[in-house]
Each structure stands twice: as C-alpha cells, then as structure tokens.
Design a protein around this ligand. Sequence first.
Ligand SMILES: Nc1ncnc2c1ncn2[C@@H]1O[C@H](COP(=O)(O)OP(=O)(O)OP(=O)(O)O)[C@@H](O)[C@H]1O
Ligand SMILES: [Mg+2]
Length: 234
Amino acid sequence: MRPGTEPLVVVDDVTKTYHRGRPDEVRALRGVSVTVSAGEVLVIEGPSGSGKTSLLTVIGCMSRPTSGQVTIGDRRVSRLTESALTGIRRSTFGFIFQKLHLILDLSVEDNVMLPLVPTGMGAAEMKKRVDEALRAMRIEHRRTAAVGRISGGEQQRTAVARALVNAPTIIIADEPTAHLDGELSAELLAILGQLNDEGTTVVMATHDPRVTAHPAVHRRVVMQDGRIVEGGAG
Ligand SMILES: Nc1ncnc2c1ncn2[C@@H]1O[C@H](COP(=O)(O)OP(=O)(O)OP(=O)(O)O)[C@@H](O)[C@H]1O
Ligand SMILES: [Mg+2]
C-alpha cells in the first residue's frame, strides 16, 4: 500500500526512564519524535540497547512515556485511563514480540485465539477469525498441535497469526526475523508486505539488513542511545 499522510501515531518528544531516581536508572528514550502514517511500513534500526523495543512499547500502548506525548488517532495516551488504554491496545494493535511469547503447552489454535478472549467476542466469530488467521499463515494443518512440538518456523507463523487475528490497524513487530533462516525471513516479510497491501500499517524494529532492504519497507529511522539520529519526525 502507498502510505498516506494521515498520522496514526504521533510520538512527540518522548522520554522513557526505567528505575527512575535509582542508582540503576536507565534513560532508554531521550526525547524521541516520530510520526507513523496510515499505510506505511516503518523500520526502526539501531544497535542493541539503543531503545528500539522501548519505542515500540510506547507506540503500542504497552507502556506510558515518562514524559512527552503519544497520540493514537485523536486520543492522547496521557489522558486515557488504564482500561481505555488496554482497549486501544487490544483493538488497534497486533504484536509480534522479540521473544515469541507463545504458550508452549497450548495448541496452535488456542494460542492464536488468546487476543480475542478478553474482547468478549462470541465463540462463532472467534472461531471464524482464528480460521482465517490460520489459513492466512498456512498453519491450519497444525492447529491442534501443542506449540512446544512444532518447528521454529511454524511457531513464528503461529505468532504472526496471533498478531493478525484481531484485524489490527497497526502491526508492531520486534525483531520478527531474529530466529528465522533466509527463506522464512523472506516469507515473513512477504506476509507483512501483503498485509500492508491490504491496508495494515507495520512498525518493525530490527537490526537485520535483510529487513531494511526489503521492498515492502517505506521508511526507516535509526536510533542510537535513546535518540533518533536519522529519519525522524517525518
Ligand atoms: N524493563 C526494563 N527495565 C530496565 N531497563 C530496561 C528495561 N527495558 C529496557 N531497558 C534498558 O533500556 C535500554 C534500551 O533497551 P531496549 O530494549 O529498548 O533496546 P533495543 O534497541 O530494543 O535493544 P535490542 O536490540 O538488544 O533488543 C537498555 O539499556 C536496556 O537495558
Ligand atoms: Mg529490542
């Protein structure tokens, strides 16, 4: 999809400090401004510890900034209650985490269903969504298998199916190709590109040059020491 100019997420001069005021204080984000536009595939690059995951968690409403503003659509995160924020997280975002966070004892289909459970959706609609996500990720044939007993690539596909089961506006992916070989990485990027063609916005953190160079990527920003040093504020 060609990115539009409508801002979906605006991050304005955001800082994130962990363990504030303690000897082990970490200033993970030190004044970051970036706008995610509807329909774009944005890549966040930078060395380990530069703040990529911290920025993704702020964009995805998984954590609040220490200072600065995050706006999702027309809603300011700082003005939202915890439950409103949780609601936005569940309805707007799909997450592919750095560690996959799958529940190994549960089946593929139960893992994929998990994001829908708290939405109060009816069982029939849930099943339909899960079926679609499993089909999209070509993992239907493994649906009843325990996730601990499928291959790494199948686990990755399960994690992506879980990320798209709620038909998110924005997919947040943290090092999505970190554990994949060349072929599976290419497949994952093709899938994300296809979701983007269908209108989904994608924000990815990576230090994988295969990702950065992929034709589906519209824009990249580079982080260093908690700041955007290249490509910011756009
Ligand atoms: N929950 C946390 N508590 C304390 N410090 C944290 C926490 N999360 C991250 N940090 C620290 O914040 C800094 C930025 O971390 P972050 O995970 O955002 O970097 P990153 O760019 O994603 O790194 P990587 O490429 O290794 O995943 C690091 O110094 C990290 O140790
Ligand atoms: Mg990280």
